[in-house]
Design a protein around this ligand. Structure first.
Ligand code: HSE
Length: 299
């Protein structure tokens, strides 16, 4: 018996929501097949689409780490074979490790008779994030499992809030061909922030959440500002400020770093504007002389 599940790419942080907000991009993602096995233990039997770079060891692979946490909670000792089909690039800021863990959990949950709700799967996926980048953040795994926009109101105890998705919202993902490890782009962040920055950040996150409930896309765009992580991470992304200016001129609502980068996400109120953003981004990176992948999707 085997089950295959898909889990999508995600944009974590969504600018001002550092570690507490993310949304799913429905049509890009990873696929995981989980099969019952007579032999004890978890085995990663194949990985495709990673260029041979992901670890097969059960204690390092995000699929098996997540599944092990799931089995431990059930006190189960079922042997399982796992095949991972990567659709997402590594180190891109599109929630690649999270999508693998999320797909693995959805597959094993169905295979074992659905003992957990989707929300209950999130903590298991967070264990995989801890192994992947040293921090058990949930802003990729929660939207990858639940879909749409998701808020992590608190981590202790975990309090996950599904948010509405406004109609007619498009995203352009701009992925320059460099890799950033989440652990590295977390290490450049300051441990302390000023009172003034806390006020600015709170205003923007409140504005963003309000915009999702009222479908006020202009307010959504105005709220895409991050004074906590972006000023430090932008330095790791070639052409960041030039690109941002070109994106605003193309008529986008707003933009930010997707997760820990280097991908940038841009939100627009029509497919045409999202496509125009894609075009100017290609032009900016052609000028810089850096390869880039650009895609447009409805949120
Ligand atoms: N919230 C995490 C970070 C997301 O910004 O480090 C990583 O994709």
């Amino acid at each position: 018996k085997a089950v295959t599940a898909f889990a999508p790419a995600t944009v974590a942080n969504v600018s001002c929501g550092f570690d507490i907000l993310g949304f799913a991009i429905g049509d890009m993602g990873d696929r995981v097949k989980v099969s019952l096995s007579d032999q004890p233990g978890l085995r990663v039997v194949s990985i495709t689409g990673d260029g041979g770079r992901l670890p097969l060891e059960a204690e390092k692979n995000t699929c098996t780490v997540a599944i092990q946490a799931f089995l431990d909670r059930l006190n189960a000792n079922q042997g399982l074979d796992i095949s991972l089909m990567k659709g997402l690039p590594l180190g891109s800021g599109m929630g690649s490790s999270a999508a693998s863990a999320a797909a693995a959990l959805m597959a094993v949950n169905e295979l074992m008779g659905t003992p957990f709700t989707k929300t209950e799967l999130v903590p298991f996926a967070m264990e995989a994030e801890r192994v992947a980048c040293g921090a058990a953040h949930a802003d990729n795994v929660a939207p990858s499992i639940l879909g749409g926009f998701v808020l992590i109101r608190d981590y202790a105890p975990l309090d996950i809030v599904k948010l509405p998705v406004p109609e007619g919202l498009y995203t352009t993902l701009i992925h320059p061909h460099i890799e950033l490890r989440t652990a590295d782009s977390r290490s450049v962040l300051r441990r302390q922030i000023s009172l003034q920055d806390a006020v600015v950040q709170s205003g923007n996150i409140a504005g963003l959440i309000s915009a999702l409930y009222t479908s006020d896309l202009k307010l959504l765009g105005r709220s895409l500002k991050d004074v906590i992580a972006e000023p430090y991470r932008a330095l790791l992304i070639p052409g960041f400020y030039e690109l941002r200016e070109a994106i605003q001129k193309a008529g986008a609502l707003g933009s930010g770093i997707s997760g820990s980068g280097p991908t940038l996400f841009v939100l627009s109120e029509s497919r045409e504007i999202a496509a125009a953003v894609a075009k100017v981004s290609e032009e900016v990176y052609a000028k810089i002389g850096l390869g880039v992948d650009v895609s447009v999707a409805e949120v």
